[in-house]
Each structure stands twice: as C-alpha cells, then as structure tokens.
Design a protein around this ligand. Sequence first.
Ligand code: SF4
Length: 382
Amino acid sequence: MARLIDAGPGCPTPTPLRAKSAAEARGLEYDDAVKAATDVLYPLVSYFITPMEWPAVAPLVAEINKIKKAKNAVILAHNYMTPDIFRLVGDFRGDSLQLAREAAEVDADIIIQAGVHFMAETSKILAPSKTVLISSMEAGCSLASSITGEDVRLIKERYPDYPVVTYVNTTADVKAECHITCTSSNAAQVVEAVAVEWNTDTVILVPDQYLAKNVAAQTGIRIITWPGACEVHELFSKDDVQALREAHPGVMILAHPECPPDVLEAADFAGSTAALANYVRDEQPAKVVLLTECSMSDNVATDNPGVDFVRPCNLCPHMKQITLENILDCLINMEYEVTIDEDVRVRAKAAIDAMLDLPKMETPLSFNVGVKPMEIEVISRH
Ligand code: SF4
C-alpha cells in the first residue's frame, strides 16, 4: 500500500542543513549579488522553502544559473524533480515526451538532464551533437532495468509476427530492438496505429505490465507484455483509493496509468503526467489527489493555488538522486557525460521517430476509469 499523508506540503526539500552545508562547502554565500539575482525567484517556491531556508538555497541557484549561461547549457527538468530544481533552475519542464522534443530542438551546447538516465539517453539519441550530462549515475529506473536488448531479441524470435512497442522508460539498447516507442500520453494511439500498420490483432508492449493492461482495456487490442513495473506507481492500490475517499469526502482521485488497473477502475480520472496536470489546470477541483510521484503534486500545486492537494508521499528514489548540489557540480566538472554507440543510437532513433511521425495529438489521451481490469499474457523470461 502507498504511504498516504494528509493535505499540506508533501515531502519538503531541501532541508536547511543539507542546502546550507552544500553552499558553504562550495564557498558560496548569500550576499547582495545573490539576493538581487534570486529575490524574484523566491515566490515560485515560497510554499516549499521557508524564508529561513532560502539563504542556504539561493546561492546554489544563482551559481547554477550563472554557469549555465556562461556555458550555453540548458536544464531539462522532469515533473518529478523537487520544486527547487523544477522551478528555479529548469529551463524546460515537462514529462519525458515534452523533454525529448525540447532536446531535439533546443539551441544549446550542453543539455543537463534533471531526470533519470534513460531520459538523458533519449536526449542524446535525439541531439547527438550536443553534450548530454546527468548529475548522478545512480538515477536509474525500475522499468528501464527490468528488460534488456537481448530480452527483446528473444521476444521477437518467439513472436516474429507481432510489432514490438516499447515504453520510453527503457534503455537505448532496448529502444534499438523495438519497432516503435510510446509514452503514457500516446500509448493507446501508438498501439492502435501499429496494429493497423501490421494488420494484426496482437501487439507486444514492454516493459510495464500495468501500462500494458491499462492500454489493453482502453483499446480492446490483444496485448502481450513483460513483467516490469514502476516501483513508485505499483505501490498504489484500490484500498488506497477507498481510504482516500473515506478520509476526504468529495476528493477527486487522479491516477497515472503506470498504476495497477484496479486503481484506475476506482479512480475519477486517469492519464499521463501531462494529462493529470492539464486536468487540474482545466477543471480546478476543490480537492484533488494525484496517484503518482510525490514531487509532481508539489509542482502542480504551485500552478493551481486554488486547489487543495492531498498528497500520497511516494518518492522515486532514482529521481531523488538529482539535487541542486550535484547539478552544480555537474556543470562545473562536466560530468557525467551520457554516450551511446552510434549504431544503437541510430536504431533507437528510428523507433522514436516512428512515434514522433504519428499525427501529433492536441492533448494527451486520458484513460478510461471504472473499467474492470483484464488479464493479458505476461512473457516469462524462461
Ligand atoms: S517514477 Fe517509476 S518510472 Fe519514473 S523513474 Fe522512478 S521508477 Fe522509473
């Protein structure tokens, strides 16, 4: 079961001790120049960082923004970053698809991926001439590590007649072996498109078994999947939804499609990271809970001051490897650089391009809620 907490700030970061010691250790002070450069930024995070904490955070923010400019670098900040990173140093913000598109088009020499490693790989695939850096090599992903390129080759041997779709939450090696990628915003669209293209009633969608089950329920297409899962979203359960409804009568419950299908069955709305943010922006529910990563609620809350957020505090341990401190070190030391074998990159890009070539959706697709979960075939490694 997920860890549920009451309304109010979710998992507040940074702490005064951590930020203060980090700034001091780098010889950075909250002086007049830093104050002048950052005063305008504080209102963006005043809900999460107290005035007492701010002098310890501001010098890091000012230094990062100064070096970024000097080196013509940009920071791509995923929605699951803590608000200090997302709001104060991120140049482009969004879900993995939005960030991948920015990476392809951005006019910069250096991309710092404030996200996890597969996202940095995706940036490198789409922007091979740019230097792509990630500030922690520990920023992995349970989905990306659940499957290898060799696994996909074996799947294709076993099922040669079916197209293989991979969720973008995979390594470049895996993307290189698949026919097309998808995101949670367009998974149903991609599966329907390849079923038509291949003239088949069966599509293989890896590695997230829950996303695959939710797409199967959405499309009616027979889907074969892989036993991978997001370690954050798989913690949510139907019992959590029930407990939230009892504790907060009238609350609107929004779920990400990496959650198990019975969670979507019980939720009020389901969709990708972008779809959840759009729903809150457009509908302005009085009280809402986002069944997704904890920092997402923090970041959406800032844009919607009139909405009361109940916060399930499930943090992604991989996303939380990225901090203001190591972003600064990354910019100074130019590490860790993400590189990909050119043959793998070209084949992985073909799978991403196949997705980007589909008609662009105006808004991310939502998933049906209230639908009975259906069992689908899950491939065994053996
Ligand atoms: S939230 Fe889940 S899918 Fe996203 S990086 Fe963390 S483990 Fe991977």
